[in-house]
Design a protein around this ligand. Structure first.
Ligand SMILES: Cc1ncc(C[n+]2csc(CCOP(=O)(O)OP(=O)(O)O)c2C)c(N)n1
Ligand code: SF4
Ligand SMILES: [Mg+2]
Length: 347
């Protein structure tokens, strides 16, 4: 057998790190679970953009999806919150240290069932955060009961039919104020990578609802969150390309068919329309279009809504640039004279 010679050196990113530096523990999820593919896309996007792993705070709730941050980016901070309560922990972390990039990973149950109260308030704030819902329409971890994103008429393996209307987390997020809202599919490598990179570059709340089939409990005929259903019903709005701030834009585009958006860090998002007239800056139209597509039985994917101008929560609150934990007591405690003045005013 011919000598294969020395192995090619591993590719490094602009920080000099290899993809291994972005890996996590070995996944304990089922083979073929959509959540595993999403973990791969997240770590690749972070690697490609050269995000320092130590600057990322991974946050999750409870569920198979919420376990997945353990399977990528071991060098990042990580906090596994109570079921449905990740948004308040993420908000606290983001306010205490605005140099961190919070990355929330949740499930459809964790977000739209038990956690919907926390989710809606997070979406109103435009906190700089990436919020990924790994949406399989069921509670995978507790053996496949319907979640609140299950479509009317979808069927469990046992034959039980869901009679309740679903919560569309994208429509909800758009209506409430999230500034980058996208839907994608764990099996669409190109689209999912592009929206994840756009979310990393965006300075407000990015809410990504990713259809992520549960191969064990919700991948059969009658499910609307299966690989086969997505293959037949995926209706992409755009072809998406992402150009990072550190790369030159050399390719011209036709403004009639393509929208070029400059994101907060100077990166560019290019959206080549596949649907005539769709404008991702029109909030009301985006919600209406989602309703129409649901009625027609299609799953609209792509960048549904984008606003790069709205102030983020930390800007609105004038949060200090320095992480709170690094501030000396003189900057965190009011001086005695000020306290005495306040007390005197109460007498
Ligand atoms: C307070 C509380 N209620 C209920 C549960 C049980 N429980 C664990 S995971 C889960 C649902 C997870 O579903 P989802 O977020 O969709 O994640 P998946 O497993 O499908 O990825 C439930 C109800 C719990 N752990 N804590
Ligand atoms: S039970 Fe479903 S959601 Fe959980 S790991 Fe297995 S395939 Fe994924
Ligand atoms: Mg689920």
């Amino acid at each position: 057998m011919a000598n294969p010679g020395p192995a090619a050196p591993a590719r490094t990113n602009r920080l000099g790190l290899t993809v291994v530096d972005y890996r996590g523990g070995k996944s304990t999820l089922c083979a073929g679970c959509g959540h595993n593919a999403i973990s791969e896309r997240i770590l690749e996007a972070m690697f490609d953009l050269g995000v320092p792993p130590e600057r990322v705070a991974k946050l999750s709730g409870i569920g198979c999806s919420s376990k997945s941050p353990a399977y990528f980016m071991n060098r990042s901070h990580s906090f596994n919150a109570v079921h449905g309560r990740m948004p308040s922990v993420a908000t606290g972390a983001a306010l205490a240290n605005r140099t961190l990039l919070p990355l929330g990973v949740s499930g459809d149950g964790d977000t739209a069932s038990i956690g919907v109260g926390q989710f809606v308030h997070l979406m109103r704030r435009n906190l700089r955060m990436i919020y990924v819902i790994e949406n399989n329409g069921v509670y995978g971890l507790t053996k496949g009961q319907f979640s609140a994103t299950a479509d009317v008429g979808s069927k469990l393996k046992t034959g039980v039919v869901n009679e309740l209307p679903p919560i569309d987390t994208c429509a909800l997020a758009i209506q409430l104020g999230a500034t980058l809202v996208a839907r994608s599919f764990s099996g669409d490598k190109k689209q999912l990578s592009a929206v994840l990179k756009a979310a990393i570059a965006h300075g407000g709340t990015s809410m990504l609802d990713v259809i992520s089939p549960c191969v064990t409990f919700n991948d059969h005929e009658g499910s609307t969150k299966s690989y086969a259903y997505m293959k037949d019903h995926d209706a992409p709005l755009q072809e998406i390309s992402f150009i990072p701030a550190f790369e030159d834009i050399t390719v011209e585009y036709d403004p009639g068919t393509t929208t070029d958006v400059t994101l907060h860090d100077g990166s560019h998002l290019r959206l080549r329309k596949l649907e005539e007239g769709y404008d991702p800056s029109d909030r009301a139209r985006a919600v209406a279009r989602l309703m129409e597509s649901a009625k027609g039985g299609e799953v609209l994917t792509g960048v549904l809504f984008l606003d790069t101008k709205a102030p983020s929560f930390v800007e609105a609150l004038s949060v200090t640039d320095a992480p709170l934990a690094t501030l000396p007591p003189e900057r965190t405690r009011p001086p005695r004279a000020v306290l005495e003045e306040i007390v005197a005013g109460l007498r």
